[in-house]
Write a protein that binds this ligand. Sequence first.
Ligand code: ADP
Length: 181
Amino acid sequence: MNTRIKQTDLELIQGDITKAEVDAIVNAANSELIGGGGVDGAIRRAGGAVIENVCAEIRKREGGCPTGKAVITPGGDLYAKYVIHTVGPVWEGGNSDEAELLASCYQESLRLAVENSIQSIAFPSISTGIYGYPTEKAAVVALTSVKDFVMQNNTAPAIIQFILFDAATNNCYVDALWSVF
Ligand code: ADP
């Protein structure tokens, strides 16, 4: 399902983000930038050693990546030239700034994308796996945050995709698209 925000195409796709033919894919990382399960493990397996090598440099230099922030590495063996690693919040019931931190993940990732002249970017559903954020709520935050970024900035990627791994997650994002747009 597609919609348009100013000059940007926003696309919801069910599939595997490691296969995305875009300039950059976004990883739902952890703050240590150490390989995990879920989408992080899949991206690292498909991208190869360069991702861990550059994450190790960032770890050494900056101590990792705080929740709500993002860092960039090469994509290695992926089609995508870059991986943007962002750290979503762990769901703790909703009163620990989870929504603000999740919105920040999308904003910071898009800011890094613009800084690196990335024209097309694909996001997974950040925080809704191991980190336990309810998907219906996360979908509204994700789409609102992306919409706000494109509305508020003069430059944005021409294509922003959400690549949702399973049908239930995809359905939540389709429903959220109706409510946000
Ligand atoms: P988090 O720790 O931020 O919750 P997870 O990796 O556990 O991150 O899950 C985030 C989302 O990514 C979940 O919806 C999960 O189903 C999805 N996911 C897992 N593997 C892939 C993949 N290869 N492509 C796209 N999404 C994926």
